[in-house]
Design a protein around this ligand. Structure first.
Ligand code: SRM
Ligand code: SF4
Length: 569
């Protein structure tokens, strides 16, 4: 059988001279707000997406104008840890070069929206001056490396965070393109001589995601990552990591060959072996991943195709070591910690709720202004969480009262229901080109309906995890939620239930393509039963599985089979 043709993106990467393409020429073209077609793929590796304001599409079409092109810029923040000075820098960049809001993402990164082409270079230069950058925040490379945020066992968290930073640095592309294009760095004279030691000139077949978790917190949703390191902590110190591989969320409506997948446990490695193991996993994916079908190119499919045993053997051979049997771990929760905590070294931390990660000023809730003030006074470190929230951390005893007062003054400690605190919603409309339905803009209203329903059934404080996405790509990791809505068309969603609070099990497809009133009707019945029949401390997701409201679905293929049954019905 002949080898399938590489995908169009492979051709673009191949001809790009290590990610240069014609980005410089695209930026210089004053006749359009867009970049050239091939460059739209290449700028992703530089942390940029070309978008247009979808709210304005129709009007602009009628006026025979080109779409309102603008760019989303994503900055890598390894482990989500950002200094007050960096927070201030992003606050400033958002006002001067973007739409005046900051967006904290589900991967602990910053996103700026609404950046015009002419503002890209100054924005990226300013980000780099803050000692963060946008290189490899998107594209077929390793993305922002995540790490649990709550440093209660301080030494273990410092080690875990250091690993996240080391992984991020180790897996960065080596091309000089980024510095040349955005920072006026010296031009590489002969790009043919330039090498990408880990990726090679075609980079990876698809995006790649890594996280480090510190049990019992699974705030980074470790089972959804291509590669996860689970810290094994003994007597306060990290003795090694369980290595997880092959998690992923993305699916395509109507394509049963695509499915979300919970990561497998590959084995245990010592701390000094972690980088070698990571590199071996990455290069195995580089060499074995599917380069013809991008819908089948993530590591999860490579592992399904190779089999876990062969995959492990390949990784061990490349890393030059044997993985040990995994250690026993148990996770408590994949949500963020909220409110005040004190770690074992006496530092204080406070988890703040940021609705869908959008930092802005909205009535009495003035996050943009309040957080700027806290940053300006240098009162705390800023930890972006994997659930779009923020932890102000490392606050000393003598500054705690001052932080507390500022949080009150700016409305940031106003009480919020448990269900709202745990909710995630992806960006969706109007910026996301792939959105089929509203998500971030819909979440507040939908959650109000849910709060009403829960109250009606005496479940007011039930901490049920709800996640909404505007399409099945899974950016808010919906397929690990207790309840998920996934956009199918304007005002229509697929409904899923049955994930569990520790983030270890997939949701189960329950209804296809239904409206808000249908969703609320289904949930009304389920909440009534849950209120009456749950066992003490039983989560909503675990309940739906126990009483078999949903069929058993644990693997990606079972998930796809259930989608097939639903859509055929
Ligand atoms: Fe995502 C594409 C937003 C986390 C799976 N994601 C996109 C794009 C760039 C749309 C596009 O390609 O044109 C979205 C930009 C929207 C906008 O206007 O800002 C987008 N993804 C996001 C963010 C901002 C969601 C959020 O509300 O926070 C998250 C940014 C993370 C970051 O800082 O790097 C984000 N995306 C995720 C996650 C969650 C995670 O990584 O933990 C996933 C699921 C996990 C996974 O990858 O399996 C995710 N995004 C996708 C996919 C589907 C990938 C797949 O395997 O099929 C796409 C589409 C694609 O790659 O083709 C996508
Ligand atoms: Fe866009 Fe879909 Fe991701 Fe939401 S899940 S941000 S709609 S790609």
């Amino acid at each position: 059988m002949s080898k399938p043709e590489p995908s169009a993106v492979e051709r673009i990467k191949d001809q790009s001279r290590l990610l240069r393409g014609t980005i410089v020429e695209s930026l210089a073209d004053p006749l359009t707000g867009a970049v050239r077609d091939d460059d739209t793929q290449l700028i992703k590796f530089h942390g940029i997406y070309q978008q247009d304001d979808r709210d304005l599409r129709q009007e602009r079409r009628e006026q025979k104008l080109e779409p309102a092109f603008q760019f989303m810029v994503r900055a890598r923040v390894p482990g989500g840890l950002c200094t007050p000075a960096q927070w201030l820098a992003f606050d400033d960049i958002a006002r001067v070069h973007a739409n005046g809001t900051l967006r904290l993402t589900t991967r602990q990164a910053f996103q700026l929206h609404g950046v015009l082409k002419r503002n890209l270079k100054p924005a990226i230069a300013a980000i780099n001056r803050s000692l963060l950058d946008t290189l490899a925040a998107c594209g077929d490379v390793n993305r922002n490396v995540m790490c649990s945020v709550l440093p209660l066992q301080r030494a273990a968290y410092v080690t875990a965070n250091a690993l996240a930073v080391a992984l991020s640095t180790h897996l960065l592309p080596h091309t000089g393109a980024y510095h040349e294009i955005w920072l006026d760095g010296e031009k590489v004279v002969d790009t043919a001589q330039e090498v990408e030691p880990i990726y090679g000139r075609l980079y990876l077949p698809r995006k790649f995601k890594v996280a480090v978790a510190v049990p019992p917190d699974n705030d980074v949703d470790i089972y959804s990552q291509d590669l996860g390191f689970v810290a094994i902590v003994e007597h306060g110190a990290v003795t090694g990591y369980n290595v997880l591989v092959g998690g992923g969320m993305g699916t395509t409506h109507g394509d049963l060959a695509t499915y979300p997948r919970v990561a497998d446990v590959l084995g245990f490695c010592t701390p000094d072996a972690a980088l070698a193991v990571a590199e071996a996993v990455v290069t195995t994916q580089r060499d074995h991943g599917d380069r013809s079908n991008r819908k089948h190119a993530r590591l999860k499919y490579t592992i399904e195709d190779l089999g876990l045993e062969r995959f492990r053997a390949e990784v061990e051979q490349r890393a030059g070591l044997r993985l040990e049997p995994p250690r026993a771990v148990s996770f408590r929760d994949n949500a963020d910690p909220f409110g005040w905590r004190t770690d074992d070294a006496g530092f204080h931390h406070v988890g703040l709720y940021i609705p869908s990660g959008r930092v802005t000023d909205d009535g009495r809730w003035r996050a943009l202004s309040g957080l700027r003030e806290i940053a300006a006074r240098g009162l705390a470190q800023f930890r972006l969480t994997a659930n779009q929230n923020l932890m102000l951390s490392d606050i000393t005893q003598d500054r705690r009262a001052e932080v507390h007062a500022l949080l009150e003054e700016y409305g940031l400690s106003a009480p919020v229901s448990a269900v709202r605190q745990r909710a995630l919603a992806c960006v969706g409309l109007p910026t996301c080109a792939l959105a089929m339905a509203e998500s971030e803009r819909y979440a507040p209203d939908f959650l109000t309906h849910i709060e009403t329903l829960l109250a009606r059934h005496g479940l007011g404080d039930a901490p049920i995890g709800i996640r909404i996405t505007g399409c099945p790509n899974g950016c808010a990791r919906p397929f690990l939620a207790e309840i998920a809505l996934v956009g199918k068309a304007p005002g229509r969603y697929n409904l899923y239930v049955g994930g569990v609070p520790d983030g270890s099990r997939l949701t189960v497809p329950l209804r296809d393509n239904i409206t808000e009133s249908d969703i609320l009707e289904v949930l009304d019945v389920l909440f009534a039963r849950y209120a009456a029949e749950r066992t003490p401390a039983e989560s909503f997701g675990a309940y739906t599985r126990r009483v078999a409201i949903v069929p058993a679905v644990d693997t990606g293929r079972e998930f796809a089979a259930q989608v097939g049954r639903l859509t055929a019905a």
